[in-house]
Design a protein around this ligand. Structure first.
Ligand SMILES: C[S@@+](CC[C@H](N)C(=O)[O-])C[C@H]1O[C@@H](n2cnc3c(N)ncnc32)[C@H](O)[C@@H]1O
Length: 227
């Protein structure tokens, strides 16, 4: 007899689709499983190991967190998500029962992208579909957290939507899209020149990794400039 509750007999994607019937998850749920796996592949291709410490900025309902928590050793996954309801859906309806106890992921709901709350130095920072909603001061806050709380060889993987003539560089001063404070959906665009300038200022390299297959977001790999 399978001792797991009925919901966990569903495939992962079905669990996300079922959840989305009662609440917006932060994205359309149809590609939940392959989209999360694709984030995981970007991390693996950048050198992720089971003992890597990973912080997932805006981890939502654990689309990538699901794969990371399974793969990483205990005490290695850290998620920040100010929308407490999304975090609850992730921990209670996406992760299988018992996984939290086995892997001991840690979570925080601060809205400031403040990774110092965990008192750790991280090997990987992940911000998937965060700069597609974040205003410029919020992007700067993620870069400042990376500089402060990363190890020398750490990598910051993030996605954005490049600004162009049709999609102007976002100059607003607030998050644009759904969050703990807003139910309005939407995405914004940032110029790569501006991003590169902010990386320069912090002595960081930025490398373009192309677009992902699932959602067509543009990936960037950020790392410290070595002397
Ligand atoms: C498009 S979703 C992406 C979620 C997740 N990274 C994924 O791939 O499924 C954006 C997430 O950022 C969260 N968010 C909004 N404001 C935030 C803030 N100030 N700090 C961190 N996350 C925030 C939203 O609640 C939402 O869960």
């Amino acid at each position: 007899m399978n001792p797991r509750p009925e919901a966990y007999q569903m495939r992962l994607n079905e669990r996300a689709v079922t959840l989305s019937q009662t609440a917006f998850l932060g994205f359309q749920p149809g590609d939940f499983e392959i989209g999360g796996r694709e984030q995981f592949v970007y991390l693996i291709n950048s050198g992720l190991n089971p003992d890597s410490k990973v912080v997932d900025l805006g981890c939502g309902v654990l689309r990538a967190g699901y794969w990371l928590i399974h793969f990483l050793n205990p005490d290695c996954y850290f998620g920040i998500e100010p929308h407490a309801g999304r975090l609850k859906m992730g921990t209670e309806a996406i992760l299988e029962p018992g996984l939290i106890e086995t892997k001991n992921p840690r979570f925080d709901t601060n809205p400031d992208f403040d990774t110092s709350v965990f008192g750790e130095k991280f090997d990987f920072f992940l911000a998937y579909s965060i700069w597609t909603h974040a205003c410029k001061s919020q992007i700067k806050a993620t870069l400042d957290s990376y500089v402060r709380d990363s190890k020398e060889e750490s990598v910051f993987l993030t996605t954005y939507l490049p600004a162009d003539e049709e999609n102007p560089d976002y100059e607003g001063g607030i998050w644009f899209g759904t969050s703990h404070e807003s139910d309005t959906q939407g995405c914004i665009f940032h110029s790569l020149d501006w991003i590169s300038g902010e990386c320069d200022r912090r002595n960081l390299n930025v490398t373009e990794l192309g677009k992902d297959k699932t959602y067509g977001q543009s990936w960037l790999k950020i790392s410290r400039r070595m002397p």
